[in-house]
Design a binder for this molecule. Sequence first.
Ligand code: SF4
Ligand code: SF4
Length: 171
Amino acid sequence: MAKVYETNLQVIAEIAAGKEEENDHFMRSLRKYDGAELDARAHRLNTEVSAAVSCTDCGNCCTHLIVNITKPEIERLAVFMGMPEAELREKYIEESMAGNCFINSVPCHFLSGSICSIYSERFTECRDFPHLHKPGFRERFLGTLLHYSSCPIIYNVVEEMKQELDFFEGD
Ligand code: SF4
Ligand code: SF4
């Protein structure tokens, strides 16, 4: 029987509020494992959970993230939207003094309900979130935990990993 994961955002947020200390202990417990083995486990769990969680029914990260975008991505989006690049930048993009670009609104302008209205052209940072397919699970775990309470994929991957590693509070 297919595994059922918790996807209710309110339930996850409530559970997460009571797990801050546990997650801190879990993070410290990761030191005793081989990094490559943790990465392999995280990648497998991410594949399993992502297949069962519908991002198009969720869209919660699009209401939280500050999305960095590259200049080529801005150029492509201008073509896709049939809008002069200068107008696109004026309406939707902020540029820092250092020249880094990001979408100028949180939630993201391009979120329509729980759906991305520019899905085929969404940015690398959107495609990569929640970054659990990447190497360095342990090294990035603090950043992962920032979204534990708001991303069902992260929540379920972390909870599954605790179970697989026989973690219990106090380890
Ligand atoms: S561009 Fe689309 S996927 Fe990226 S944050 Fe905005 S709505 Fe979400
Ligand atoms: S990545 Fe996480 S927060 Fe974003 S839509 Fe998918 S499940 Fe929701």
